[in-house]
Structure formats: structure tokens, C-alpha cells
Design a protein around this ligand. Structure first.
Ligand code: 2HA
Ligand code: ZN
Length: 275
């Protein structure tokens, strides 16, 4: 099969375009990666070049040895992915040591995989283990309302989780384990990758202060939906805080417990504190 005819490639391209249309990807902001299923790799094998040279990832991801990923390119713009996927994205293979990658398809005009490759791959490794291989998508975007909140809320998991949960009843059902927060760090390197992947052991969402958001999920719909839900909730909170600094009424800890019972989700007690 031609790569551009594969369903996973179409899903990847659509997600990039949807993210751009949400205004989450100014310039070259954000990046997306998908851990390709073995049968999907097999279906496009004829188009994969296995003679390119290995490059260092910048970290070690032993549990991803031999895996293939579709990823956006470093410095490439999400708005251009739909126009020319082969120039703006690539498919990479991880070597047996988990320390190197090679480009098997794409980036036809040159370039490298996303600058956040260490964060993406370390998150994939953690999530592959934590979800028994179910999670396949890692998505980084720059949604304005979540970023705005990182200037006015304490940079604590318990505060971000609770405030976001309170803004929309669906939130605790969509991200019941909560949201992690990474304080400001230099992006692109191993240190921020380690900090983020540590949070991803517990959460499916990690906020990068004054920068953006990482989300992990099983497929494109669920991961895009997660990003969308968190940002929508942040938007409501920004509106509420803009109207007045306090709330007249809100969803209470008891309300959350009732919701958890009926929707059969487990909400960690640490987020259900009395204020
Ligand atoms: O430019 O979003 O974090 C891509 C990024 C870096
Ligand atoms: Zn970014």
C-alpha cells in the first residue's frame, strides 16, 4: 500500500490540520507522534527505506526497540502537513539499543524529526508499559487558555486538576487520573523529557508552564479529544476568572463523588479536598 493511502497516515494528517484550525499551532509550534502497529508497518513496508543512517535520539528508550513512529518534523508547520505530508512529517524506526533512530520515509526536502523527540519517545515508553501497549499517540500543542492559567494558578498537580475538573462536568470522566504540571524548563532536551515522562506514569496530561500541554491516548480521536477537553475547560476558567475572582457556586467534592459512582471512574482522593 502507498503510505498516503494508509488509514493511520490519514488520521495523523487530519489531526495536524484539526490542531492548526484550533489555533494551537502558531508557526512551528507543537508536535505529534504515533506508534505504528506492526500490521500497519507491514502494509507500507515497500515504501520504507531501510538504508538510511542511524542518528542518536538523545536518550534511551529500550522498551521501544524496533518500533516505528510517524512524527512531525522539526521546524515544520502543522498548517503545511495536509498540503505536503511527505515534506513535513516522517516515519522513523528505533534501533535495538533504543538509543538511535533512522528516517525510513518522509522529510523529502531534508530535516529532522520533532525537536521534542526525547519527550515524545520517553512518554511513549512510559505509556506503552503503563497501558499494556494501548496508548499510541503523544500530542504536544500550545493552547492559549491552558498556557494563560500557568501564570495565575500555583504550578501544582492538585490545583490544576481540581480547577479544570470544576469547570466542566465531563472533565473528571475524561481525565479521571488528573493533570500533572511541569514548572518552566528549557524545551527540547532530555531533562524536560524525564520530568514529563515521570508525570505520565500517573497522568494522561502534562502541562508545561508558560509553554503548552502534552497529552497521551489510544488513538487520534481520544488524544485530540483529551487536548480539546482540557483546553475548553481552561477557557471557561479564564472566562470565569475574568468576570470575577471568586465563584458563587461550583461542583463540590460530594458532587465529584456522586459523578464517580455513576460514571464508574476512580477519582484520587487527593483532588477532592475541601477549600
Ligand atoms: O516548536 O512546540 O516545544 C515545536 C515546539 C517545541
Ligand atoms: Zn512546544
Amino acid at each position: 500500500m502507498k503510505i498516503l493511502d494508509a488509514e493511520f497516515v490519514k488520521g495523523f494528517i487530519r489531526m495536524c490540520d484539526d490542531g492548526f484550525n484550533q489555533n494551537w499551532h502558531e508557526r512551528n509550534g507543537g508536535n505529534l507522534s504515533y506508534r505504528i502497529k506492526a500490521e500497519e508497518v507491514e502494509s507500507v513496508k515497500e515504501e520504507l527505506d531501510q538504508n538510511t543512517s542511524w542518528q542518536p535520539i538523545g536518550t534511551t528508550v529500550k522498551d521501544l526497540a524496533g518500533e516505528y513512529f510517524m512524527v512531525t518534523g522539526s521546524g515544520k508547520y502543522f498548517r503545511n502537513v495536509i498540503l505536503d505530508p511527505a515534506a513535513n512529517t516522517c516515519i522513523i524506526e528505533i534501533d535495538e539499543s533504543g538509543e538511535n533512530y533512522r528516517i525510513c520515509w518522509g522529510l523529502v526536502n531534508g530535516g529532522r524529526p520533532t525537536s521534542e523527540l526525547p519527550s515524545h519517545l520517553m512518554n511513549h515508553e512510559v505509556k506503552k508499559i503503563a497501558t499494556n501497549g494501548m496508548h499510541r499517540v503523544i500530542y504536544h500543542a500550545h493552547p492559549a487558555n491552558v498556557i494563560a492559567l500557568t501564570f495565575v494558578l500555583p504550578l501544582e498537580d492538585r490545583v490544576f486538576t481540581r480547577e479544570l475538573w470544576e469547570m466542566a462536568t465531563e472533565c473528571p470522566v475524561v481525565f479521571p487520573s488528573g493533570v500533572g504540571v511541569v514548572g518552566w524548563m528549557v524545551p527540547g532536551g532530555r531533562d524536560i523529557a524525564v520530568a514529563t515522562s515521570e508525570l505520565m506514569k500517573k497522568y494522561d496530561v502534562a502541562v508545561w508552564a508558560h509553554h503548552g500541554l502534552f497529552a497521551s491516548g489510544e488513538d487520534f480521536d481520544l488524544t485530540f479529544g483529551l487536548m480539546h477537553t482540557v483546553e475548553k475547560s481552561a477557557e471557561i476558567l479564564v472566562k470565569v476568572l475574568s468576570i470575577r475572582p471568586d465563584k458563587l457556586q461550583t461542583i463540590t467534592p460530594q458532587n465529584f463523588k456522586d459523578l464517580a459512582r455513576d460514571f464508574k471512574v476512580t477519582l484520587p482522593e487527593k483532588f477532592l479536598y475541601e477549600k
